[in-house]
Design a protein around this ligand. Structure first.
Ligand code: ADP
Length: 488
């Protein structure tokens, strides 16, 4: 089976968020779970400015011309050397050396990602490699699927179209004009709502044979008004094509028994050693370690989605009981300010560290007793899975992937963490108080930590589900190659 996997970012070459984790891991996991040479999965990512400054070993492959009005644009394709998964880096004038992966200017991003999406299809034709599946991710590469649908090239007549939605509300607003420049017309006669007929992600959804949401709960949530970003009715009409598949974790990177960034490694059988990581971190912060005071961590983008305001207001109301808290995050300026403000009010037990710091994040996962994730919505979420692997108990809102990965039975012996339903600081406070109370019950707490550490968050499990989706789509194409229009 030949899979062409398109993404705006992929680890270890370039990563901004969760999409980078997935695009870096899933293709390798697919190779690992299948017989040698039974799957030919190839990845393409843009040759972003940051990559050009420090490129991995590459060889030039080919030049391409991408249809564009008023004149075609040139792309250069490079191929990664010595990689088990073939990976292409696509460059062009729209990838400036100093440009970020995602810019604040939606129209610029529209041009660059539409250019990239179409260049991937041009590349497949130029090297005469007919993929069975083109797998796009989020709005950035969704135009590739729409182009396959409307351009209806003979070369791609057996190619199935799969889209993963990592974060639905990012529809690609402002990128619509770029589609027209590249010859992709609005889907005027489609069942999409009129406002969505020229937006990359809705067009990708429309064109996709299968739509994957990154958790089973998120797959259901996107069909409701609260989470559907206005597309809920259309998504409901496609319910039979929607599948929820949880992301996996890179278990080699996130392993407390081998983690090179943490002071004291530990595992399920010597969990007492975890405490040393807490002591060391607290000492660095100038805080007194106390076995009876839980260390609560948040490691997150500072975005409205993440419910930081709920956490700040709950913590403010809980000064009557012992806890210490540390937030590591960057993002929205107003949220950063609110996060910093609490430190002025209670500097003796709360600290904000406003930067992106992967090394510190490892140390914090190892040191903390609890990880707080009060997200308003959370398509999948990796942080809670990492926390559980490190014996750090997650306290999360019952939404999306948090609901699917955290088990809260009300009894620590049979739970892996805590969930609260309503996106309110009261609900969070109540649950956090419950967690802090349980923290004092040593044996029960240890059981809960172990329960979390024993969960299987491997990519192998998710990769098998992706493989099933690919197989279904391929079979459908073989049985009925002419069913192209709007699928469902
Ligand atoms: P999202 O993709 O919505 O940002 P996830 O929970 O899926 O949320 O993934 C976030 C990832 O980014 C996790 O691996 C988390 O540890 C990491 N992360 C978030 N903020 C920071 C930060 N300030 N420093 C280091 N790592 C961070």
């Amino acid at each position: 089976m030949k899979i062409f996997y398109l993404a705006a970012e992929a680890e270890p070459y370039i990563k901004v968020g969760g999409l980078g984790d997935v695009a870096g891991s899933l293709p390798h996991a697919l190779q690992e779970i299948t017989a040698p040479n039974s799957i030919d999965i190839r990845v393409a990512i843009p040759f972003h400015g940051a990559l050009q400054q420090q490129p991995p070993p590459l060889k030039f492959l080919t030049n391409l011309f991408i249809p564009h009005y008023p004149q075609p644009l040139q792309a250069q394709v490079y191929e990664l050397e010595n990689s088990s998964v073939k990976t292409y880096f696509i460059n062009g004038n729209c990838f400036a050396q100093d440009a970020p992966v995602y810019s604040a200017d939606a129209s610029l991003d529209g041009i660059k990602f539409t250019f990239f999406s179409l260049a991937c299809l041009e590349l497949a034709q130029t090297i005469d490699w007919q993929p069975d599946i083109v797998h796009a991710n989020d709005w950035h590469t969704a135009p590739a699927l729409y182009a396959l649908l409307v351009q209806d090239e003979t070369f791609f007549r057996h190619t199935g179209r799969v889209l993963t939605i990592h974060n639905l509300p990012y529809l690609g607003h402002g990128a619509g004009e770029a589609l027209t420049e590249f010859g992709l017309p609005p889907a005027l006669n489609s069942p999409l709502p009129v406002w969505a007929q020229q937006l990359p992600l809705p067009l990708g959804i429309y064109a996709a044979d299968r739509i994957i949401a990154v958790s089973p709960t998120y797959a259901k949530e996107i069909q409701t008004a609260d989470f559907g970003a206005g597309l809920q009715e259309y998504l409901c009409s496609r319910r039979n094509d929607i599948v929820g598949i949880l992301n996996g974790l890179d278990l080699k990177v996130w392993d407390p028994s081998t983690d090179p960034y943490i002071a004291v490694t530990y595992d399920l059988h010597n969990l007492d050693k975890k405490e040393n990581n807490k002591k060391l971190l607290l000492k660095e912060l100038g805080w007194q370690p106390s076995p009876d005071t839980p260390l609560i961590a948040m490691i997150t983008r500072l975005d409205y989605q993440k419910g930081i305001d709920l956490a700040l207001s709950a913590l403010r109301k809980m000064k009557d009981i012992p806890w210490q808290a540390l937030i590591l995050g960057t993002g929205n300026a107003a949220v950063e300010q609110a996060v910093a403000q609490l430190q002025l009010d209670i500097p003796d037990r709360y600290k904000a560290i406003l930067r992106f710091d992967p090394h510190l994040s490892h140390r914090l996962y190892a040191a903390a007793d609890m990880l707080l994730i009060p997200s308003r919505y959370e398509p999948c979420g990796l942080a809670q899975m990492i926390a559980m692997r490190y014996g750090t108990v997650p306290v999360g809102r019952a939404t999306g992937g948090l609901r699917d990965t955290i088990q809260d039975s009300g009894n620590p012996h049979t739970s892996t963490g805590y969930l609260f339903e309503s996106a309110s600081s009261d609900a969070l406070e109540e649950t956090l108080r419950r967690a802090i109370q349980n923290f004092a019950q040593r044996r029960a707490w240890r059981k809960m930590q172990r329960n979390g550490m024993m969960q299987d968050f491997s990519w192998a499990r998710s990769a098998r589900q992706y493989l099933n989706v690919y197989q279904e789509v391929v079979e459908k194409k073989i049985l009925d190659p002419v069913v192209q229009e709007g699928s469902s």
